[in-house]
Design a protein around this ligand. Structure first.
Ligand code: NAD
Ligand code: NA
Length: 395
């Protein structure tokens, strides 16, 4: 079939298998030329199909020949209906990994559930024995608690006061003011239940009790801080409370792994266009200005460059360069004083009229469509493609 992008608000309903494949192959090439010395060998990636998790899987597999198991929640294709992009990404990754003689298997289902955890554990026991790294990279709006069955929904709201600032609709380029009402009721607790550290801890507890974690095991989850501009809605909002909880969980995990010298870390990553971040008000305007400034300075990175730097210059380097709160920082270039000062200046000038000049709206849009395999260089979108692509290592 011929597949075209079909957008509704901040989501794209279709995705292109060849474009997704091309994105994965480019990431593989990048890591092949930037391998990791003494990198991981047997890796579980939870949230492995898109964004930072996919980049982590590729960096493990192609940076240090790691065997990888990927867990994700993606929609398979049906006749005439494309799969979700993470499906095609995983298909491309596992096809290439198998060609290259790398072990790569995956499990598609709800990582929050006891069933998927048990199935993953069995696969590790059957195929890998012990693993030396777990990457935790879930981004989800909902979680059903595995023990109580209670369904939690996360919200992206300020705490205490209404937040008013500018945002951009990146499809139309219109900049306008929006107001977000403060959270209420159980919003904070619910957001912590979805995006906090409880599920990460459950995974590690299960794997530890089954004795499948090797000596010097590491686990890493991803967090975000961002500038004062977005603070009220992000880091000091409901999602920020969940990130506080996730960061605190890293220390609890380290405590629970003392006997095998295991470590839990959080890495604070830079702001990037992903399905999750496009839905957060104010962030798209911030990102389009940030991209402009970072590209001008020659320090722009995508997911793969971020994770390559995380592995090669932090996790598997001499010095983790932890901050005062014990976190790894690969948002260091985003947060540089000169970069933030420039973004703040531009922010004051940003209007519908000025943004195409002073911001990188084009870069934002390109990245957004790239997430779904569209607007990818070298792909012929007029050519018929088979939507019924299989993931070769899917269990
Ligand atoms: P993403 O949407 O690209 O990836 C989410 C992954 O989680 C996908 O593989 C998806 O299949 C999987 N997933 C979602 N729900 C699941 C479920 N119930 N069971 C199994 N798998 C499920 O997101 P991302 O932007 O790569 O975010 C990953 C992490 O990085 C998040 O913690 C996010 O807060 C953090 N982070 C993101 C940014 C950013 O700007 N995008 C910046 C810093 C940190
Ligand atoms: Na991810």
């Amino acid at each position: 079939m011929i597949i075209e992008p079909r957008t509704r608000g901040f989501i794209c309903l279709t995705s292109h298998p060849v474009g997704c494949e091309q994105n994965v192959l480019s990431q593989i090439d990048y890591i092949k030329s930037n391998p990791t010395t003494n990198g991981p060998k047997k890796v579980l990636v939870i949230g492995a199909s898109t964004g930072f998790g996919l980049a982590s899987r590729i960096t493990s597999a192609y940076g240090s020949n790691a065997s990888t198991i990927g867990v994700f929640f993606e929609k398979p294709p049906t006749e005439g209906r494309p799969a979700s992009p993470g499906w095609y990404n995983s298909a491309a990754f596992e096809t290439q990994a198998h060609k290259d003689g790398l072990y790569a298997k995956s499990i598609n289902g709800d990582a929050f559930s006891n069933e998927i955890k048990a199935q993953t554990l069995k696969l590790i026991q059957d195929d890998l024995g012990k693993i030396d790294m777990v990457i935790y990279s879930l981004a989800s709006p909902v979680r059903t608690h595995p023990d109580t069955g209670e369904r939690f929904k996360s919200v992206l709201k300020p705490i205490g006061e209404t937040f008013t600032n500018n945002t951009v609709d990146f499809h139309t380029g219109v900049v306008k003011e929006i107001s977000i009402e403060p959270c209420s009721g159980d919003d904070i607790e619910n957001t912590i239940a979805v995006m906090g550290g409880e599920d990460w801890q459950m995974w590690i507890d299960l794997l530890k009790s089954a004795d499948v974690l090797s000596e010097d095991f590491k686990t890493v989850a991803y967090s975000y801080i961002g500038p004062s501009l977005t603070e009220a809605v992000y880091r000091k909002g409901t999602i920020g409370r969940a990130k506080d909880h996730l960061e605190a969980t890293a220390f609890e995990i380290t405590d629970s792994l003392k006997d095998i010298n295991g470590k839990g870390y959080v890495s604070v990553n830079k702001a990037l266009v992903t399905q999750a971040s496009s839905a957060i008000p104010v962030i798209p305007l911030y990102i389009s200005l940030l991209y402009k400034v970072m590209k001008e300075e020659g320090i722009h990175e995508g997911c793969i460059e971020q994770i390559e730097r995380l592995f090669n210059e932090r996790l598997y380097a001499e010095d983790l360069q932890l901050d005062a709160q014990g976190r790894i920082r690969v948002d260091d270039w985003e947060m540089r004083d000169d970069i933030q000062a420039k973004v703040l200046e531009l922010w004051k000038e940003a209007t519908t009229e000025t943004l195409p000049e002073i911001g990188d709206l084009e870069g934002y849009r390109t990245d957004f469509f790239n997430l779904f395999g569209f607007n990818v260089e070298g792909v012929d979108y007029d050519k018929d493609v088979n939507e019924m692509v299989a993931i070769p290592g899917l269990q």
